[in-house]
Design a protein around this ligand. Structure first.
Ligand SMILES: Cc1cc2nc3c(=O)[nH]c(=O)nc-3n(C[C@H](O)[C@H](O)[C@H](O)COP(=O)(O)OP(=O)(O)OC[C@H]3O[C@@H](n4cnc5c(N)ncnc54)[C@H](O)[C@@H]3O)c2cc1C
Length: 329
């Protein structure tokens, strides 16, 4: 790891001032950034430690939603009584991520900004358009078992790795930021991530130095909250395919539904056409199969990851069937 200067920020304004002065990199839990620094994939000359910012509360909003500080740890958020009671999909997604030790370090802001786990991205000697624009994407014809089947481009098919962001996507989360000029922005998570296109280095709409300070969740949607994650090991493994679903259902029809997917997209994946198709439809296999067709109509495998198309179809159908049968295990 290369030497760097280190500053600890006391509050959000202080952090952005330090960023304005030093043009460094924020570090929160460090569980992703330090790995990238050890591999020289990130070489910041200045680290601005934001882990002590007073942004570690989960508060109820006046609208009945939640305001989550960017420094709230993944373990604290998963265990928070309001999250467990009202946002089960979020608690389940968090507990499906990483390991207990990592969740004790990882922060809310850092989690949604973690980088892909594409093996070529992590191999300094390999070409990678995400690291060096125009250098190529060996994953397109190489080791791509973990890679995305939706949202990819000729430049990049790296999958987005976060579990929490998938639940946030289903919950219509809004990212609140503080910009370097002192202004604040509220960015719906739907608009937060950028598809790779020809410029996969740009992963979000954040500007340089923009600090995430909160995540706002609207009031919890009614219905059954589920998060299922298919992976190579039962724990401590990234998703091959995951699904966050919130379903309000009776015997005759689906009253309301939210669905988001992990492991299959270059960004946490939500396709509202699938939800629109399902709302008011009878909860039965042919309808679920048609929903899977809509979700996967643009899906494209690159060889080793072709199986994800069928796996996603099965996971979506079985999740909906479990909601109908009352099996939420
Ligand atoms: C072995 C291993 C297994 C894992 N398994 C999973 C898994 O199954 N599921 C999963 O979801 N994750 C998994 N993770 C990833 C882990 O969840 C992330 O590393 C973690 O959430 C990142 O949070 P952090 O606070 O440590 O971020 P950091 O490493 O501190 O920061 C990450 C990035 O975000 C930026 N940043 C951080 N906070 C802010 C902010 N408030 N505003 C602006 N920029 C900010 C930093 O500058 C940096 O670029 C795994 C990690 C490891 C090492």
């Amino acid at each position: 790891m290369k030497a760097f200067a280190y500053f600890r920020a006391e509050n959000a304004v202080d952090a952005t001032k330090l960023m304005n002065q030093h043009h460094g990199k924020y570090i929160a839990g460090g569980s992703n950034l330090l790995d990238l620094m050890k591999l020289h994939l990130e070489i910041p000359e200045v680290l601005i430690d934001i882990s002590r910012l007073p942004l570690n509360d989960v508060e109820e909003t006046s609208e009945g939603g939640l305001k989550i500080g960017a420094m709230v740890l993944n373990s604290e958020l998963a265990a928070h009584p309001l999250v467990r009671l009202r946002y089960g999909v979020l608690s389940r997604a968090l507990l499906a991520g990483a390991s207990g030790q990592l969740r004790n370090m990882a922060t809310t802001g850092g989690n949604i900004l973690q980088r892909t786990r594409c093996s070529y991205f992590y191999a300094p000697d390999s070409a990678c358009n995400k690291r060096i624009k125009g250098s190529g994407c060996p994953a397109l014809h190489g080791l791509n078992r973990m890679h995305a089947i939706l949202g990819g481009s000729a430049a990049c098919i790296a999958q987005h790795p976060s579990d929490m962001a998938v639940a946030f996507m289903a919950l219509d989360a809004v990212v609140v930021t503080l910009c370097l000029d002192g202004s604040s922005r509220q960015i719906p998570l739907d608009d937060f991530y950028r598809l790779p296109g020809l410029d996969p280095q740009q992963e979000t709409v954040l500007q340089f130095g923009e600090l995430i300070i909160h995540i706002i969740l609207p009031p919890p949607p009614m219905g059954i909250h589920q998060y299922y994650k298919v992976r190579d090991r039962a724990s401590y493994a990234f998703a091959l395919v995951s699904i966050a679903s919130i379903i309000d259902i009776d015997d005759r029809r689906i009253r309301a539904i939210r669905l988001a997917f992990g492991g299959i997209g270059t960004i946490p994946w939500r396709n509202k056409q699938v939800e629109e198709f399902l709302v008011s439809a009878p909860p039965c296999y042919p309808i679920f199969a048609q929903a899977a067709d809509i979700l996967l109509s643009g899906a494209k495998g690159a060889g080793e990851n072709d199986f994800k198309i069928e796996l996603t179809r099965r996971l979506l159908i079985s999740t909906l069937q479990k909601a109908v049968s009352g099996d939420h295990s």
